[in-house]
Design a binder for this molecule. Structure first.
Ligand code: SF4
Ligand code: SF4
Length: 238
């Protein structure tokens, strides 16, 4: 006959034992939580059918910004790469002086020739954008970064560059005449100068970012017409 366990070794349930109606309802008591939740507001987001905007400071994919005339803000200093705890950024800088005569990718001496972010490694901590001295690197609210291949999640400079806004000229082109990188950093350059437009028109006449050529008559001709109309209506031309 098997040996009976000692009374002190017997299983003692931690839950207090009830009897009667309370014991009978115990298996369905958990549904009380379900019923009480049914009358609370729904917090489930129906992604991807419904996309809820993120908070404004959400850390999404990165963006390499430009100045108002289209030159790139990145100077290829690699500080972002050094700050990255996941080793997700690769930068190679180069000298603007090594570009053909007059061309600049960014104001000042250097620009980012190669720029890659490996989104298989990035943890979206934002340390890289804190380290950037020119605010070239910021983070957008874009969070849909899945992809079918590993290679596709290594984003190149072309993928990260901010789109050219209305009025910007695609780099490379000269800096605004008479400025240094300091004026650019201070935000004193508010758009392309006529000299920059003329330079791009001469070197890349088919550039899509060029503004349309002025088609109206020259200012002198316009004034002459105005004078003629004034004479027809009997007004004295001054
Ligand atoms: S967000 Fe963080 S992990 Fe991602 S590239 Fe920047 S520093 Fe590296
Ligand atoms: S993004 Fe900023 S920190 Fe990184 S290389 Fe360019 S200028 Fe330097």
């Amino acid at each position: 006959m098997p040996e009976q366990p000692d009374s002190k070794d017997r299983y003692e349930p931690l839950r207090p034992q009830h009897s009667g109606l309370r014991e009978a309802l115990a298996p369905v008591a958990g549904f009380g939580v379900t019923f009480s939740s049914m009358f609370r507001p729904t917090v489930t987001e129906q992604y991807p059918r419904q996309k809820v905007p993120t908070k404004p400071r959400y850390h999404g994919r990165h963006q390499l910004n430009r100045y108002a005339d289209g030159l790139e803000k990145c100077i290829g200093c690699e500080l972002c790469a050094w700050a990255c705890p996941a080793d997700a950024i690769y930068v190679e800088g180069a000298d603007n002086a090594d570009l053909p005569e007059g061309e600049h990718m960014s104001p000042g001496e250097r620009y980012g020739r190669v720029y890659q972010i490996n989104y298989l490694r990035c943890i979206f901590c934002g340390l890289c954008i804190e380290a950037c001295p020119t605010r070239a690197l910021t983070m957008t609210n874009e969070y849909e970064l899945a992809g079918p291949t590993r290679e596709g999640l290594i984003w190149e400079k072309e993928d990260l560059l901010a789109p050219l806004q209305q009025g910007m000229l695609a780099a490379p082109h000269p800096m605004v005449p008479g400025t240094t990188d300091t004026e650019y950093y201070r935000g004193e350059v508010t758009g392309p100068a006529d000299e920059q437009v003329a330079w791009v028109r001469e070197h890349r006449p088919d550039d899509e970012t060029l503004p349309p050529e002025p088609t109206g008559p020259a200012p002198g001709v316009r004034r002459a017409e105005h004078v003629a109309r004034g004479n027809r209506s009997g007004k004295a031309a001054r």
